[in-house]
Design a protein around this ligand. Structure first.
Ligand SMILES: Cc1ncc(COP(=O)(O)O)c(C=O)c1O
Length: 376
């Protein structure tokens, strides 16, 4: 058996580490920002019916343009845009299927974006600590990763974003709003200023958008008149659909034309299209869990603070907290108590995803027990 080092792999991939959240079977898994609430039974039944129907014709390739799904996604985003507009008073233009593209998870969306707009000889600017797949996808597509720096408390001001763009002249700018793993929201002014500072592509990864304050404008509200801005979303988080793999974007229709050049034909299976379309028909029911998740997240922030830790402000379904004397040790101690969270290698910090009420209690009880037992 040969090792990876013996294979004639691309030089620029030698020595890299793959995405590696541990996949351990424990009672309370709060480590990969999933929605830990199962989807409601009646929605599950309706999805099963849609998938069963589709199975009858799986001898044929699926709709390569996933038109029904794009219509459903546009409808879903338009409902969110109307809420945003009611809260902000700003006018919005409705999205149509031409503004929407989808793929197997937003990871694939981000990969297609880098394939089309990045690649060898091109660069992408990101702001670590951020979602680890951004730099991994850059490496996989041969795009140079430029690590910008954040301001205090992991924030990015308009001036900081513009300074990094002017200094490095990247082909793509990647933001994550709210940011994973810190939970930090991103001001719309930063996105707008970054857009004005470049004539290249600006991507806002909004995987956790639905967990933000209700009605607060997201990057969707900036799309009008900005044809190089791409807003990436996913059904993996708020929609509790991580296992189905459905990510999507909203942008100017020309962006989808660019992605058609790099996508594989029939990349979205008929079963995925049917399942996602059926789930979207139940959007309000699926999103009913979001309020509970937000309240569990807020519970975590309050209790961690009481226990002497320093959680960061978060508008996502997870919490990054500092003040941990030995992050790796605490990760292990939680694991011994059948609770897995995420040690991201940020000294003194750990990240935990909001769970159901019972999971959140189990996590907080375990932290309390560890804190009491470990003199600081
Ligand atoms: C910021 C961010 N973007 C994208 C993703 C990928 O989501 P998916 O590929 O499941 O849509 C994740 C997953 O954790 C994430 O945290």
């Amino acid at each position: 058996m040969s090792s990876l080092a013996d294979l004639p792999i691309r030089d620029d991939l030698r020595g890299l580490t793959p995405y590696g959240a541990p996949e351990l079977k424990v009672k309370v898994a709060l480590n990969v920002n999933e929605n830990t609430h199962p989807i409601p039974e009646d929605v599950a039944r309706s999805i099963i019916e849609a998938v069963a129907l589709e199975l009858r014709t799986v001898n044929r390739y699926p709709d390569r343009e996933f038109v029904r799904l794009r219509d459903s996604l546009a409808g879903y985003l338009n409902a969110a845009l109307i809420e945003e507009s009611a809260a902000s008073g700003l006018p919005v233009t409705a999205l149509t299927r031409d503004n929407i593209w989808a793929a197997n998870g937003s990871n694939e969306i981000l990969q297609q974006i880098m394939q089309a707009f990045g690649g060898p000889g091109r660069s992408v600017l990101g702001f670590p600590p951020t979602y680890s797949m951004h730099s991994i996808i850059a490496a996989g597509t041969g795009t140079e990763w430029i690590a910008g720096e954040r301001d205090d408390d992991f924030e990015i001001s308009p001036a900081t974003a513009v300074e990094w763009i002017e200094r490095t002249d990247p082909d793509l700018v990647f933001f994550c709003a709210p940011n994973n793993p810190t939970g930090t929201p991103l001001p719309l002014e930063t996105i707008a200023a970054a857009y004005d500072a470049t004539d290249k592509i600006v991507v806002v990864d909004e995987a956790y958008a639905e967990f933000g304050p209700a009605g607060e404008p997201t990057a969707l509200s900036l799309l009008e008149g900005r044809e190089r801005l791409i807003v990436s979303r996913t059904m993996s988080k708020a929609f509790a659909f991580a296992g189905a793999r459905l990510g999507y974007l909203a942008a100017d229709p020309a962006v989808s034309d660019a992605l058609r050049l790099v996508r594989l034909p029939y990349h979205l299976s008929a079963l995925t299209q049917a399942a996602a379309t059926a789930a979207l028909a139940h959007a309000p029911e699926m999103l009913a869990m979001v309020d509970d998740i937000k309240s569990q997240r807020d519970r975590m922030v309050a209790r961690l603070t009481e226990l002497g830790y320093s959680p960061y402000p978060t508008t996502s379904n997870f919490v990054l907290f500092g003040g941990v004397p030995d992050a790796h040790r605490m990760f292990e101690q939680l694991l011994e108590r059948e609770v897995i969270i995420r040690d991201l290698g940020i000294p003194g910090h750990l990240r935990v995803s909001a769970g159901t009420a019972a999971e959140t209690t189990a996590f907080l009880d375990a932290v309390e027990a560890i804190t009491v037992a470990t003199p600081r």
